[in-house]
Design a protein around this ligand. Structure first.
Ligand code: NAP
Length: 245
């Protein structure tokens, strides 16, 4: 059995590791956005497929028996491409979608639908921003010249970005102590995040709650309907192994 995992997430690496250990042939596909990605066990390919048609061709040429879309919840395009390619080739598709975050008592969340909307919300909320939405899409904040940003990402951003911005190159998982210290040291007064979900980057939310900071939360983009969904890596592994019997 040959399984293609559309990856770029911790969960994708976990699934690849478990399937590889179980003796399943697994290829993980990465978009190629990160210069030195953490590589999963098994085979790895890097770069776009050329839309849904290109992905469908790849599935046929490489005799793929099942696809797991384990991409990040904000990677909207590839998930729709996977749905179309799987439907066109009749290859079973499972979407591994980690649950989103939910506010708890003490949170001061400001949900928005886009990075542009996050930028519009910011001036009323604070002027020292911890921006954790990644290095893509910084153009949305580039006009905010009266706001200071601490931007954390894996690789360095490219312009356009805000004029007053410090860059922190780092990748999760992050600790609660580390996030507390970061908010304190930089005198952050507002946090901006995507609703990525998962544990690796959640401690910033706790740290913001403790410090009574407002949090601008960008809601997830739409995902394709009518697809079988797993919520955790173990479910995705079980889905494949059941098919392999
Ligand atoms: P996207 O907007 O959904 O995808 C844009 C294009 O990139 C796709 O049409 C596809 O090109 C290519 N692509 C995306 N994921 C791919 C993959 N796993 N393998 C091969 N090609 C892929 O995705 P994105 O938001 O740019 O994210 C790119 C990757 O980074 C994803 O794999 C995702 O898991 C990871 N990631 C994204 C975020 C985020 O916030 N967006 C955060 C963490 C990790 P073709 O049409 O040419 O096939």
């Amino acid at each position: 059995m040959h399984v293609l995992i559309l990856g770029g997430t911790t969960e994708a690496r976990l699934v690849a590791g478990a399937l590889h250990a179980a003796g399943t042939r697994v290829t993980t596909s990465l978009a190629g956005r990160v210069a030195a990605p953490r590589l999963p066990p098994g085979e790895v390919r890097v770069g776009g497929f050329g839309g849904a048609e290109g992905l469908a061709r790849w599935l046929r040429e490489h005799q793929v028996d099942a696809v797991i879309d384990a991409t990040h919840p904000f990677a909207g395009t590839i998930s729709f491409n996977a749905a179309r390619a799987a439907a066109g080739t009749h290859v079973p598709l499972l979407a591994l979608r980690r649950p989103g975050w939910a506010p708890v008592d003490g949170d001061d969340w400001h949900p928005v639908d886009s990075l542009d909307a996050a930028a519009r919300a910011l001036p009323a909320l604070g002027h020292r921003v911890f921006l954790t939405t990644g290095r893509m899409g910084l153009a949305a904040f580039a006009h905010l010249s009266d706001t200071w940003f601490l931007m954390r990402s894996v690789d360095a951003p490219e312009p356009p970005f805000p004029p007053a911005m410090d860059v922190l190159l780092d990748r999760g998982p992050f600790t609660l102590d580390g996030e507390r210290e970061l908010l304190r040291r930089h005198r952050v007064d507002v946090l901006v995040t995507k609703d990525s979900g998962g544990a690796a980057t959640a401690p910033k939310l706790t740290a913001a709650r403790e410090a009574r900071l407002p949090v601008v939360v960008v809601r997830r983009p739409p995902a394709p309907d009518g697809i079988e969904v797993a919520r955790a890596p173990e479910e995705a592994v079980a889905w494949v192994l059941k098919r392999a019997q």
